[in-house]
Each structure stands twice: as C-alpha cells, then as structure tokens.
Design a protein around this ligand. Structure first.
Ligand code: GDP
Ligand code: IMO
Ligand code: MG
Length: 429
C-alpha cells in the first residue's frame, strides 16, 4: 500500500472507523483530510469502545503517525479534550501532527451554525439541514472567504488576536442585527484559544511534507474519509442538505496535498442497508416497524450527536454513483450481521421516474423529487454471521447477495463487517 483511501459511500456512519482501524495494521501513517468533529468514528477493541471525532483512528496504533490535514476543521478545545481522554486511556498520542493550515472552528462558528438553523426553521421547517451544530458550514465558509483563523495562527498571539477581532466585527454585526442575539467577545475567545493553543503547540507541524516525504521513503499512508459521498458539497444528494467539505476520494488529495497518481486502492465503505442523520432526500427510507427493528439492532444513533438515524434499504443506484465518483477499487460491506434475522432483504436496483425505469442517478436535482425505488428481493440467510472467520464459511444466500451487489456496481467486495469488534471482519478473495 503506498497510499490507500477509505471513503464513505452513503450518508456517513457506514463503519469507516472500524475499517480504518483494521486497514491501519498495514499502514505507517493515517491521515484525516476533510470534515471536522461533525464526524464520529467508532472503534471497538475487546470490550473497550473508542469514539473519535477529530483524530484519525490510526491514533489507536500508537507507533503509527497520525495526521490532521490542512483540509480539516478543528475545534482546539474539543480536540485537546479528545487527546487528553486517549492519554488517560493509555494512548500517548505522541506521533500526532496537526497541519498549520487546518481551519479553526471558533465559538462564533458554532453559534452561527445554530442561529442559522433556527432562522431556517422559522422561515420553513423543511429548510432545516439538521447539521451537527459543530460550526462546520460557517468555518469552511470563512476559509473560502479567507477570513477564518488557522491552527498555525495559535503560535502567533498578536496575529491571532487581530484576526479574531477583525472576524468578530463581521460576526457580531450578523449575530446582533440578523439573529438578534448577544454579541461575542473577541478578546475572551482569544484568551481561551491561545491557552489551549499552547498545549497543542507540540503537535502543530508540516503535515503535507510528512505525507509527501513519507511516501517518498516508502511509508504506507492510509487516508480516513469522514462523512460520506452523498453528503459531498458538490456531489452529494442533494443541495443544501449536505456537509461543507469533500468526503469523496478526491478530498484526500485536496485536504493533504496528496498527488492523485499516488493513490493505489480506494475502499468504499458500504453499510448493508443505509442510514441518514439530518434532513434531505432518502429514496429507500423505511418508516414502519422494520425501520425501528433495524435501527435498534444496528444501534443507529448518532456517534457525534446521539440523534436517531433514519434507516432504509441498500440503494444500488446510489452505490453505483458513489463507485463512479470515487473510483472505488474495493467495497467493504459492513453491518451484514444486522440483517441476519430478516427473512427477506430488499435492495433498490432502479428508480421509477414519470412511469419510466432509470438505472443511473439523474444529475438534475429537480428530477429526484418524484422518484420511486424499484426493489429486488433476496431471501435472508437467517444465520448468525458474527462468528464467521473466513470467506469459505459464508451462507449461500449471503454469497448470492454479495455477488449481486458486486456485479451491479462492478467492484469486488473484499472485506465484510460482521460485528463491532476488530476481529469481526472477514477477508474475501
Ligand atoms: P463511521 O462514522 O463510518 O466511522 O461509523 P460510526 O462509528 O458512526 O457508526 C458505525 C457503528 O456501527 C458503530 O457503532 C460501529 O461500532 C458499528 N459497526 C461498524 N461495523 C460494524 C459491523 O460490521 N457490524 C456491527 N454490528 N456493527 C458495526
Ligand atoms: P461520519 O464521519 C453522518 C450530516 C449531518 C447533517 C449534514 C450537515 O461519522 O460518517 P454538518 O454539521 O456537517 O454541517 O451537517 O451532514 N453529517 C453526518 N452524518 N455521519 C457523519 O460523519 C456526518 N457529518 C455530518 O447530520 O445532515
Ligand atoms: Mg459516524
């Protein structure tokens, strides 16, 4: 593996954390390149469960280098807590590098995220995005506007204070006059951030150089995507019910300075059904008892926010789209064990649009308003898969299910998740 990328192919929470933890065994460097602590990645090691928000899951392999790339946004207060918690649990986090260029999530970004959601709700409840309220949209907006403070600024108190004061002139105008809320105090924010900045200083460094030189020296680099393809700001489904970064495989390049031709394999993490937190289109969404059954069995409650996730059948039209957009070389099918007890399993193979069947995702967002999923029904395998150790032992109905998915999207399924724990991963082929 010179450079391998792990991406979510759906609306996030596909089980990327567990997959990265598994693949990290063969990596020297693990990198997060986009998103922020809107992500919540879970890794279960034995009876211990770790939830990571900013830190790459490689941090649980202390000998590896962990990198927070330039394309990420971090809340330094929460990041420091995350590091402290891991240190308390025996992970030293010594090999962490945070890029100088990583964007800082400021208290006013989180406030504006919340105030804007409230404003949308007041105008039209259907307009709410259902963000994680971590300040993601406002932080990345400021980066593009070139006004947002960066991690590197924490090392230069005078410049940091000036940037925060300048930003707060604009933010307070909005907070007070558009949202009718009390203003924020730039100096108090700077005091708090500079204090934590001092504690994080030892980690701040040249993340881009670490990746480029690492690859040059033959190190193996693994990129941990956050969120999922269908939440991508340009390629997700559908605007504005998206996140403000690029969870697609190209995001690994943009968020770290990785050259695209260095990428070897692109693993698409696919949950055997789909979940979505937050608002927006969801063609195969379930609303009946089955929804509750899958949600409970799959523990589909947000890692970052605790919200119940919406759940639905696997949608192969969307998966084919994700395979194309990301250039998937491998599929990792997760949470197969959650379907163990179902006598019948549906997968969406086409959409009905104006009486016609379509097999490819239409790019016209208005066309998506009135689509109906067309399902193929598979008999369930009705066996516990959580103790399966090798691909040779798979029940026949499961093999048929896997073969159908793989043929439909023309990408091999090389790993299967059959439980939350590290060892509950089956290598195929
Ligand atoms: P991520 O955001 O993609 O890393 O996924 P989350 O950690 O938010 O949510 C995935 C949830 O499913 C976590 O609770 C994982 O422990 C769990 N999980 C991951 N893979 C499997 C699997 O194959 N089977 C089961 N039962 N749970 C899994
Ligand atoms: P991981 O990495 C699931 C969703 C939010 C909301 C939309 C915008 O754990 O898979 P934001 O706070 O980003 O502005 O919210 O995106 N969202 C996620 N859903 N998993 C995630 O991350 C998500 N990160 C953001 O629920 O619908
Ligand atoms: Mg998650």
């Amino acid at each position: 593996m010179p450079a391998n990328v792990v991406v979510g192919t759906q609306w996030g929470d596909e089980g990327k954390g567990k997959v990265v933890d598994f693949l990290a065994r063969d990596a020297d460097i693990v990198v997060r390149s986009q998103g922020g602590n809107n992500a919540g990645h879970t890794v279960a090691i034995g009876d211990e469960v770790f939830k990571l928000y900013h830190l790459p899951c490689g941090i649980l392999h202390p000998e590896k280098t962990s990198i927070i790339g330039s394309g990420m946004a971090v809340n330094p207060l929460r990041l420091f807590e995350e590091i402290q918690e891991l240190v308390a649990r025996g992970f030293d986090c010594k090999n962490l590098i945070i890029s100088y260029h990583t964007s800082l999530i400021m208290p006013y970004h989180m406030l504006l995220d919340e105030l804007e959601e409230n404003r949308r709700a007041a105008k039209d409840s259907r307009g709410i995005i259902g963000t994680t309220k971590r300040g993601i949209g406002p932080t990345f907006s400021d980066k593009m506007a070139r006004t947002g403070p960066k991690v590197g600024d924490l090392r230069n108190p005078a410049r940091f204070r000036e940037r925060v004061r300048y930003a707060c002139e604009e933010k307070n105008a909005l907070i007070e006059h558009l949202y009718n809320a009390p203003p924020v105090d730039p100096d108090a924010i700077s005091d708090q951030y500079l204090e934590v900045g001092d504690k994080l200083r030892k980690y701040i460094g040249d993340a881009t150089r670490a990746v480029i030189d690492g690859l040059e020296d033959g190190k193996r680099v693994l990129f941990e995507g956050a969120q999922g393809t269908l939440l991508d700001i340009d390629y997700g489904l559908s605007y504005p019910f998206l996140t403000s970064s690029h969870p697609v495989s190209g995001g690994a390049c943009l968020g770290t300075g990785l050259a695209p031709n260095r990428i070897d394999r692109i693993y698409g993490v696919v949950k055997a059904y789909i979940s979505r937190v937050g608002e927006g289109i969801f063609p195969t969404e379930l609303h009946d008892d089955l929804c509750v059954q899958i949600r409970n069995r799959g523990n589909e409650y947000g890692t970052a926010t605790g919200r119940p996730r919406r759940v639905g059948w696997l949608d192969l039209v969307l998966l084919k789209y994700a395979a194309d957009i990301n250039g998937l070389t491998d599929i990792v099918l997760t949470k197969v064990d959650i379907l163990d007890e179902l006598p019948e399993i549906n997968v969406c193979v086409a959409y009905k649009m104006n009486g016609k069947k379509v097999f490819k995702l239409p790019s016209d967002p208005d066309a998506l308003e009135n689509i109906e999923p067309v399902y193929e029904t598979f008999p369930g395998w009705l066996l516990n898969t959580d103790e399966l150790a090798t691909g040779d032992m798979l029940p026949e109905n499961l093999m048929e299910f896997l073969s159908f998915i793989s043929k439909f999207v023309n990408v091999p399924i090389t790993l299967l998740g059959v439980g939350t724990r590290r060892r509950q991963m089956v290598e195929l082929g």
